[in-house]
Design a protein around this ligand. Structure first.
Ligand code: KE4
Length: 435
């Protein structure tokens, strides 16, 4: 029988968490980190390198969060650290244009097929907020359509029926968002077109944009059903509203051109984040020149940011993107496929009726035997079983995303050895649960 670990010493994390709760709401600076939904206290991390993170009690884990997808090359990649150090020697912020930010923007325009112009911001939230403002200005309409389970950051107009932390804590929408704002957002089921056609026929001249995660990752991983993204494009054209792909996660994750390249469906605007900053604060909104040129100072749609294009974030992002080579996506996809195939074999062998969804190098294990094609289906998962699974994997040295409604990510730092250890840990955990 595999060794059943009963506990790890996490006393230093607990001390820090208790201290943190005195000065930070919930003891964390972002809700999903709280481990609340997995009935645990969060681990405080002391360092990270390649595929690993260490907590303050010096427990080592294979990391599948990778800063929520930002670290495609794992932690502290030497080529990235060197570029950050070089940038640091030249100062941390100029509040003025610099060549590296131009180079990063040129690289984004060259890589993402629908982007003709791009503006750097400081987070995915800011990127989405700006994209929606642009869409409303360009179409002179005020309503937007989003999909339940998709998460687009925490700006007011997208805080309804969201995924990520909302799904994790079962929050339908957030207090503090005015009724007027909430009424301008229509939330529909993902992977379903009937209700979308209905709403657009009901409001044929009111919808400024349809915003979607082209592959949902904030309800757990939920890929688009065949033809879905193409249909969104057709419907947006028919009703003269913009199609916005929120590629904060999928951008440079699924391919250099993101989901739009992988599925060959071109949005009007794209939001990016995470990987383009390599783990430093960043976001970007890009798209057609005629829309992007509405932004000040050339146009009158205002958007600004003290640290937009920050030299350190840009150096980190540039080094990250430049370290992506022709083998990166093949390696990530093949390694993820191998891991998921082994997990599926173990599920069959151990009679674990679970659903595994994956796209590229991101995956989620749902504690339901239902096929998960929508947020509504994802919510059928047994989150208590997920919590038990999460804790068992942690005991076995695997740090998964601490929520049933999040994605797990591989990095190029993840080697055969980590693959073997992860499969062993999975076998121990699932055996313990289904014995
Ligand atoms: P940020 O503002 O957190 O940089 O990006 C918001 C955002 C926008 N769009 C998508 C598709 C996203 O996934 C995100 C943020 N993702 C979550 C994880 N699912 C960030 C983790 C957190 O909230 O702490």
């Amino acid at each position: 029988m595999p060794e059943t670990l009963t506990h790890k010493n996490t006393s230093e994390s607990l001390k820090l968490f208790e201290r943190a709760c005195n000065v930070i709401p919930g003891g964390v600076n972002s809700p999903v980190r709280s481990f609340k939904s997995v009935e645990s206290n969060p681990l405080f991390i002391s360092k990270a390198k390649d595929a690993f993170i260490w907590d303050v009690d010096n427990n080592k884990y294979i990391d599948f969060v990778n800063s929520w997808g930002a670290l495609i090359h794992g932690h502290a990649h030497e080529k990235v650290i060197i570029e950050i150090e070089k940038a640091l020697a030249k100062g941390t912020s100029y509040g003025a244009p610099h060549e590296n930010e131009l180079e990063l923007c040129e690289l984004i325009v060259q890589s993402v097929p629908s982007i003709e112009k791009v503006r750097l911001v400081n987070s995915g939230t800011e990127a989405v907020m700006t994209a929606l403002r642009l869409a409303k200005a360009y179409t002179k309409r005020n309503k937007i359509v989003k999909f339940s389970g998709c998460y687009h950051g925490h700006s007011d107009s997208v805080l309804s029926m969201s995924g990520s932390g909302f799904a994790t804590f079962g929050i339908p929408s957030s207090p503090g968002v005015s009724k007027n704002t909430a009424n301008e957002t229509i939330t529909l089921p993902y992977n379903e077109l009937f209700s979308l056609e209905l709403i657009l026929n009901k409001y044929p001249n009111d919808i400024a944009a349809i915003i979607v995660e082209p592959v949902m990752a904030n309800a757990g991983v939920i890929p688009p059903i065949k033809g879905y993204l193409e249909s969104l494009r057709t419907i947006a054209n028919k009703f003269h509203c913009l199609l916005i792909f929120d590629e904060v996660i999928t951008g440079f994750r699924l391919s250099k051109g993101g989901a739009q390249e992988k599925f060959n469906v071109m949005p009007d605007l794209t939001t990016l984040g995470k990987i383009i900053g390599g783990g430093m604060p960043i976001g970007a909104v890009g798209g057609k020149k005629e829309i992007m040129d509405l932004l000040a100072p050339i146009g009158s749609v205002y958007q600004a940011g003290t640290l937009s294009g920050n030299p350190i974030s840009v150096a980190c992002g540039l080094a990250t993107l430049k370290s992506i080579d022709k083998n990166t996506y093949t390696y990530l996809e093949e390694t993820t496929n191998e891991l998921c195939e082994e997990v599926s074999k173990l599920n069959d062998k151990l009679g674990a009726n679970l659903t595994l969804n994956k796209t590229g190098s991101m995956f989620s294990l749902f504690f339901t035997k239902e096929r998960v094609t929508s947020f509504e289906k994802a919510k059928l998962s047994n989150t208590k079983s997920f919590a038990q699974f999460f804790k068992l994997m942690l005991l076995n040295g695997i740090y998964l995303a601490p929520s049933q409604f999040e994605a797990n990510f591989l990095s190029t730092a993840f080697s055969k050895e980590e693959l073997t250890k992860t499969i062993e840990a999975y076998k121990n955990s699932i055996t313990e649960m289904f014995k």
